[in-house]
Design a protein around this ligand. Structure first.
Ligand SMILES: [Zn+2]
Length: 413
């Protein structure tokens, strides 16, 4: 984290050829570090030439640093861990500025010092440390560690990566993005090093929300001293981050951010190590690592069969024989050799977290007598013999199309 600050600026328009200053020196250092961690880590630079538009006041090259640790059993399934290494100095508090003012200040301060310790050397340090530690082990699924650029220009690097992944049909089970996990001191004097916020987009059983619940359960299981404080909203009010483009493409993507923020140090020259709390960043990193490792070791998520005929979709959750039970079926083709079985999760529609977990063993169906499918949410997850759990598959009520009717005559008095 401290090393990333020494490049003075990692601004997207800063020099690329200098050995120790600017964004070029920064990405070359990240690349070399990642390469040094393990020969099994495949490190590459994804370069994109992006045309002048909006905040991008001249054509620019966006370079994402990507390190891949290939999974041994399900290499096609990825867990992505990310942060953005570019930084920004707007010369003043950015949260009070309108988009046009931010565009103008981006150009005016393009080569000003931008230490970006919390925003987001912290997220990149977490990503790199996870790459270092996790690359010493083997995982069933593929772990991808990404340091994105262009975040401060409108999520450019992450958008390009997410679009490419979607186009190539890549299976990303989870995107764990960290942006501003560097400080435990709020600008209003509050200090909080016991919680980390996890933002996840609506609706209540969206892929990001299901992942957020998993993060709380699994993360707190392994790192009990840190609370994953879920915020049921895609990001802080009116703001966005590198998880947003993945969310847009339909992936389960969330954002980790410190419990409290100091806006006076965001996008300014004071976002320094003196104003950061590396011990807090380390705690968040431990929680994230536990979640990423669990997911990458876990079996695949069960599949929920459904059929569509005309406008009506039928799902594999029904009222069962006699109509007063919750009957459900799922698929799990080619089960993993270490699969222990499946667990059904239940909660009220108004409950934030899963309330009941029922282990059903190696079965592909389950009937819970007396439970009313109208008033409850059901899901199923796969668990291996070491207790690693997949993300649950949730039975979501299918949308129904109501037809409009052609009227011959109206008589209304
Ligand atoms: Zn940021």
């Amino acid at each position: 984290m401290g090393r990333l600050v020494t490049f003075e600026t990692r601004g997207n328009f800063s020099e690329t050829g200098h050995a120790t200053r600017g964004i070029g020196a920064a990405y070359r250092w990240i690349e070399a570090e990642l390469k040094s961690y393990s020969p099994r880590l495949e490190v590459r630079l994804d370069r994109y030439k992006v045309r002048k538009q909006g905040r991008i006041f001249r054509d620019v090259e966006i370079v994402n640093v990507i390190a891949t640790l290939r999974g041994t059993r399900h290499p096609e399934r990825q867990v992505l861990i990310s942060g953005h290494y570019d930084s920004l100095n707007l010369g003043q508090r950015s949260t009070a500025m309108n988009p046009e003012a931010i565009d103008a200040a981006t150009e005016k301060n393009a080569s000003a010092p931008a230490p970006g310790a919390s925003d987001d050397a912290s997220g990149v340090a977490a990503t790199m440390e996870m790459a270092r530690v996790l690359s010493q082990y083997e995982f069933d699924k593929t772990l991808v560690f990404a340091a994105f650029a262009g975040e401060e220009l409108g999520l450019v690097g992450s958008t390009l990566h997410a679009q490419k992944a979607k186009r190539n049909g890549e299976i990303m089970e989870a995107v764990l993005n960290s942006d501003i996990i560097g400080t435990e001191m709020g600008g209003d004097g509050r200090r909080d090093n016991r919680r980390v916020r996890v933002f996840s987009a609506d609706p209540p059983d969206s892929a990001p929300r299901t992942l957020a619940r998993y993060i709380k359960e699994v993360g707190e299981r392994y790192v009990p001293a840190l609370e994953a404080d879920l915020v049921f909203r895609s990001d802080r009010f009116g703001r966005g981050g590198d998880h947003t483009p993945f969310e847009r493409e339909g992936y389960a993507a969330v954002r980790f951010t410190s419990a409290v923020e100091n806006y006076a140090h965001q996008h300014t020259v004071t976002d320094t190590m003196e104003n950061a709390s590396p011990a807090y960043t380390a705690a968040v990193t431990r929680l994230k690592a536990a979640v990423a490792a669990s997911l990458a070791l876990a079996p695949r998520t069960p599949e929920l069969p459904s059929t569509t005929s005309g406008t009506r979709t039928t799902i594999s959750l029904t009222r069962g024989t006699g109509s007063y039970a919750a009957a459900m079926r799922w698929h799990h083709p080619a089960p993993e050799p270490d699969l222990a079985g499946f667990a059904v999760l239940v909660r009220k529609t108004t409950a934030p977290y899963w309330e009941r977990e029922i282990f059903v063993g190696k079965k592909n169906d389950c009937t819970l007598q007396g439970l009313d499918i109208d008033n409850l949410v059901f899901a199923v997850k796969a668990i291996d013999t070491e207790g690693n759990e997949s993300l649950p598959a949730v039975w979501v009520m299918p949308a129904r199309t109501i037809p409009y009717f052609e009227v011959i005559d109206v008589d209304s008095k």
